[in-house]
Design a protein around this ligand. Sequence first.
Ligand code: GDP
Ligand code: GDP
Length: 508
Amino acid sequence: MSNINNDQLALKSSRTMPQKTMPKVALIGRPNVGKSTLFNRLIRSNRAITHDMPGVTRDRMEGTVKRSGKVFTLIDTGGITLDSHSAVTEGPAGIRGFEAEILRQSKEAMEEADLLCFVVDGRDGLTPFDDHLANYLRKAGKPILLIVNKVDGEEKAELLMSDFHILGFQMLPCSAEHGFNLRALDEEILSFLHFPEAEFEAYQEKIQNKENENNSELETNSYDPDIAIEVQSEEPSEEEQVAEELQKTLRLALLGRPNAGKSSLVNALSKTERMIVSDIAGTTRDSVDISTNIKGKDYVFVDTAGIRRRSKITDTVERYSVNSSLKSSSKAHVTLLVIDGTDGLTQQDKRLLELLDERKTPFIVLVNKYDLVSKDKQKIFAKDYKEALVYCQHVPLLFVSAKTGFNLAKIVPLATEIRKEYYTRIGTGKLNKVAQEALLTHQPPTVKGRRSKFFYMTQAEIAPPTFVFFVSDAERIPDSYAKFLEKNLRNNLGIKHAPIRLKFRSSH
Ligand code: GDP
Ligand code: GDP
């Protein structure tokens, strides 16, 4: 690991005591065999880049796994470089390009890891490069566990493993994606590792203290990412959490000026004049949930001054504050920004639109009262809307009418889709393939005589999906090129309407 900044590592290990003594386990294998899926499963969190600090090489990720009171560091050596210039070109005879790069990364892992988890794709069988890699790994003289991945069920295990017996390693079938045999994998890994008892007791005590501290200081937001990972690792996997989240009743916030037609829209959508308004215990009177049922499914419309006015006759003051609007939208999955189509876009609407975009809120623009807009005006306004949305072209715009029902049937399906997109997780293999194609279609421009190189990309977070590009020179990526990449990723990854984030990080 030539690129790690030693000072930073030292600092890190003094914060989380057993860093130095914590056993290390490396995932090694060809691209696309499922290493990063396995990595995310094992660390049970969505922190693909857990050691996201300058100086750490671009091609590996580290996370902390805690099982049965034991803690170890997991290294994913998944990186494939995106442009051939940065790939290592020399290497053993017949091995070039990314294969040489994998060998280089494996070498680093072989030096520092206590256990080498050699991951192969059970469906592909034994490939010549797997064979080569096996010979290479043997040289380390360290324990090797062969993980035969993509065995999506017990019944296929024997058949899919048959190819690999010849390598002579201890072997375990599993499915990173479907969860098959992962508990056995945990146990197998632990059985290879050595844990000094005393250090663990001290470490656990520290975690416990930290937890107590956090509980009593929730408001201060004190947060240690290292500890957070340990605590998180007892929680359900990201996949389970997302599945649970998507099962929850869809919450929609309706924002817009008074009289834009928000209550009329809620009524028209739920085809009833009776809305059940309930104050949530423990919140201010600003927070109101309106439960409704559309075609047999439950939905909740979250707070807005406009809707509330109907149920609280005493509250005659019409308020339209940007702050309370944003508060409502943060309590919903998807926000519907309602515009009065007879007025066109006002300054306030524009401001709200910008803020929602800045905050990466999933939202839809509804231009209401379309039945009242003349053909001439439709043209003029349509141009305004287009201009206003030029910086957030992913945001869908629907012309609707609460009165006639025009386009109302599209709203809920669209909102449901956006919520789903917001939780998208894309595998590293697929991401890099898509990015590589984008780079080939349109290479990065030169800025002040030089062009940034692209090495590798990964998805760091969901909600919103956040993609990180590791590049040689982030300063040399103009906005226009970032926009091109965003558009290309959206098209190829099926994230049409939800907000996403693109980050560029220099790694030398
Ligand atoms: P990496 O390049 O080795 O990190 O591979 P990824 O984790 O990105 O996975 C490559 C592809 O294989 C992705 O499309 C995954 O969804 C898929 N994959 C990973 N594990 C499994 C598995 O257990 N079964 C199946 N059927 N597909 C898997
Ligand atoms: P809110 O303050 O945003 O909740 O707006 P309301 O739902 O109270 O609507 C304000 C006024 O606009 C009412 O008189 C509604 O009848 C009228 N309105 C709402 N939607 C439409 C529509 O699509 N077409 C027409 N013609 N009138 C509408």
